[in-house]
Each structure stands twice: as structure tokens, then as C-alpha cells.
Design a protein around this ligand. Structure first.
Ligand SMILES: NC(=O)c1ccc[n+]([C@@H]2O[C@H](COP(=O)([O-])OP(=O)(O)OC[C@H]3O[C@@H](n4cnc5c(N)ncnc54)[C@H](O)[C@@H]3O)[C@@H](O)[C@H]2O)c1
Length: 338
């Protein structure tokens, strides 16, 4: 039985809780949150993902408001760090030093220096550090990468990715709308697509971004062109500046020589392969969602099973480097070379 702890029972902490609960051989043994209200009525923080609002059954779980005490008492094998981003580094490093494997939410940190300290702690401890880049595990995004890599439809000639959200209002003490704590939508939300661009195409040579400041006082709406040696338009747009009634949408259009791959959560069907010749069709994709699949992957690795290398800590640093370069490009109005 793998004993898991969760630090931070907000929107994402609850998501991780549900995913662990659905797996065999895993026990959520302890949870730490400094806000006692999080252990009571489980309504509250709902985030922008459907189904996240149902109450949790915390019976039999060690509930802590003190992280040191949880680490000392709960005999954990692994920890999910689902805390506000500015706390990722200290809690992750402390847990790794205490001999735990860590699944830390994305973005791994606010600075590359913090990310490097986390990787160094993982290397020193010999424990696993996985960053929650769940889009790499999201069934349709994973299927699109497989289709591209298989080469059956030729090369990608253009691609565009979008992640658009209403302004988040559910975070603890509204930390997410303080750009100094979250990095704004560019670092917090849009990093999902920057990371996926990196996953599919490798690190770009340069980025060119335009961005608008928003409620976090930081860049809350950003549009980026990723420039590679091969000249083709690869762009992504991320924003949490949309009106409350907009809700949330994520989508992509990936144009290959012999087919176009389309994903849009607001369309039916959500995922389509449109070949240049023949009918459009919806391919089979893996069950679950990005969260359940990344957590299952983490648990299997903690158990000592051999797992595919889907996201490394170094790549997580690169994704952070990418969004920080995008912000620098937006600030300077210039191309930023990586
Ligand atoms: N992968 C995704 O799709 C996704 C989605 C949303 C958020 N996130 C990331 O997850 C992380 C958490 O975001 P969230 O939306 O769950 O935030 P949240 O505000 O809903 O939850 C944070 C929780 O941490 C608790 N907390 C604060 N300080 C603490 C401390 N010192 N010790 C213990 N508990 C403490 C708060 O009480 C709160 O319950 C962020 O890094 C965010 O970027 C990822």
C-alpha cells in the first residue's frame, strides 16, 4: 500500500484526492492545509472544471495544519504539492529531503532558480519528482502526439492552441490574482500549451508574444508565436481575462500534410481527425483525463514499475523558461531567443 499525503486541499488538492482514491493500492493517509475550513464543508473552491465541487469523505485520514508534523507522523511514501505556486519550492524540497516522492502541480515554480533547486533536491534524495503537466497525459492531446509521431499524415505545417477561461475567483486568499504569487495567466494557465508545444515540437529557437495585463496586474492574456528552424506557424493563446459567462475552453487545430487534427471541448465531437482524403472520424483515446492519468503514472513509478518517460523535471524547467521568455517578449515587444 502506497501512503500518500496532500499539501493544500484547494481546487487541485481535491482533484488529486479523487484521483488517488480511484486507484487500488494507494491510500491518502494524510492531508495538510492551514485553513481549517477546508476540512469542513467541502463546497467552496470549485475551479473551472466540472465535477470538482462534490464533497469529499475525509474519514480516517490524518488531517494536519502543520506540515512538519505531517511529515514526522504520517509515514508517507509520496506527497502531492497542490499549494499556491509560490510555495512549491520550499514544500517540495522539504518533502524530498524527508525521503518522499513528490508530485508537484504546475507551474513547478515562479523562477528557474527555484525550479533548479527542486531538481537538485530530487537528485540528491534519489526520489521521484514529477510536475503536474497534465496536458501531456490528457487523452486527446496524448493521441494527437501519437498521431504526429507515427508520421502517417506527414509533417505538421501549422498548429494553434487555445486555453481561455473566465477570471478565477475561487483561490485561497485570492492568491492566483496576485501576479507576484501566480505569475499571471501566462505562467499559471498558458504554460499548459507552452509545455505541450515543447513536448510535440521540442524547444523553439525563439518566441514572439503580445500580451495584455489583467486582474492579476500581470500578463493575463497572451498570444505567442513559437519559432523553429523550420518555418511554420505554431501559435498559442492563453487567457483568464474572459467574462464570467464564458466559462472555460481548451482547443487545438493541428494541420498536417495529409490531415487536420481538431480538439475543442465546446464542439461535438470534441476530437476529430479530418484526413485530406476520406471522412472525418473520432479516434479511440485512453480512458480518464489528464489528472487521473498523470496520477496513475506517478503512482506506478513510485511503486517501482517501469513507466514511459512522459515528463521530466528538466523539461518542466524548460516549460517555465519558455513562458518567462514569452513574458519578456511581451514586455520588450521583441523576439526573445532561447
Ligand atoms: N493542473 C491544472 O490543470 C491546475 C489547475 C488549477 C491549479 N493548478 C495549480 O495547482 C496549484 C494550487 O492551485 P489551486 O487552484 O488548487 O489553489 P487553491 O487556492 O484552490 O488551493 C490552495 C490550498 O492551499 C492551502 N494552503 C495555503 N497555504 C498553505 C500552507 N502554507 N500549508 C498548507 N496549506 C496551505 C489553502 O488553504 C488552499 O486550500 C497551483 O500551483 C496552480 O497553478 C493546476
Amino acid at each position: 500500500m502506497i501512503r500518500v499525503g496532500i499539501a493544500g486541499l484547494g481546487f487541485m488538492g481535491k482533484m488529486h484526492f479523487r484521483c488517488y482514491q480511484a486507484l487500488e493500492g494507494v491510500q491518502v493517509a494524510a492531508i495538510c492545509d492551514t485553513d481549517a475550513a477546508k476540512f469542513e464543508g467541502q463546497g467552496g473552491a470549485v475551479g473551472n472544471i466540472e465535477g470538482a465541487e462534490a464533497p469529499l469523505d475525509l474519514t480516517g485520514i490524518g488531517l494536519y495544519d502543520d506540515f512538519d508534523r505531517m511529515l514526522a507522523e504520517a509515514e508517507l511514501d509520496a506527497l502531492s504539492v497542490t499549494l499556491p505556486t509560490y510555495l512549491h519550492r520550499p514544500y517540495t524540497v522539504q518533502a524530498l529531503e524527508a525521503g518522499l516522492n513528490v508530485l508537484c502541480e504546475k507551474p513547478m515554480a515562479l523562477t528557474v532558480e527555484d525550479g533548479r533547486a527542486m531538481v537538485a533536491a530530487a537528485e540528491a534524495s534519489g526520489k521521484r519528482l514529477q510536475i503536474g503537466h497534465c496536458i501531456r497525459f490528457w487523452p486527446e492531446y496524448a493521441a494527437a502526439k501519437e498521431l504526429i509521431d507515427a508520421g502517417r499524415y506527414g509533417r505538421v505545417t501549422a498548429a494553434t492552441f487555445q486555453r481561455l477561461s473566465l477570471t478565477p475567483s475561487w483561490s485561497w486568499q485570492n492568491w492566483i490574482l496576485d501576479g507576484s504569487k501566480s505569475g499571471g495567466a501566462a505562467v499559471d494557465l498558458h504554460i499548459h500549451d507552452s509545455d505541450y508545444v515543447q513536448y510535440v515540437f521540442g524547444m523553439p529557437q525563439a518566441v514572439f508574444s503580445r500580451a495584455a495585463r489583467g486582474p492579476s496586474q500581470d500578463y493575463d492574456h497572451i498570444v505567442t508565436q513559437y519559432l523553429f528552424a523550420e518555418d511554420r506557424p505554431i501559435t498559442a493563446e492563453g487567457s483568464w481575462s474572459l467574462a464570467p459567462t464564458f466559462g472555460f475552453e481548451m482547443s487545438f487545430n493541428i494541420v498536417l500534410e495529409k490531415a487536420t487534427l481538431v480538439f475543442d471541448v465546446s464542439r461535438a465531437p470534441v476530437f476529430k481527425v479530418c484526413p485530406r482524403e476520406g471522412e472525418a472520424f473520432t479516434p479511440e483515446v485512453a480512458a480518464g483525463d489528464g489528472y487521473s492519468n498523470e496520477i496513475e503514472h506517478f503512482v506506478r513509478a513510485v511503486r517501482g514499475e517501469r513507466v514511459a518517460e512522459i515528463i521530466t523535471p528538466e523539461q518542466s524547467i524548460d516549460s517555465l523558461k519558455l513562458v518567462l521568455a514569452e513574458k519578456r517578449s511581451a514586455a520588450s515587444g521583441e523576439l526573445v531567443w532561447l
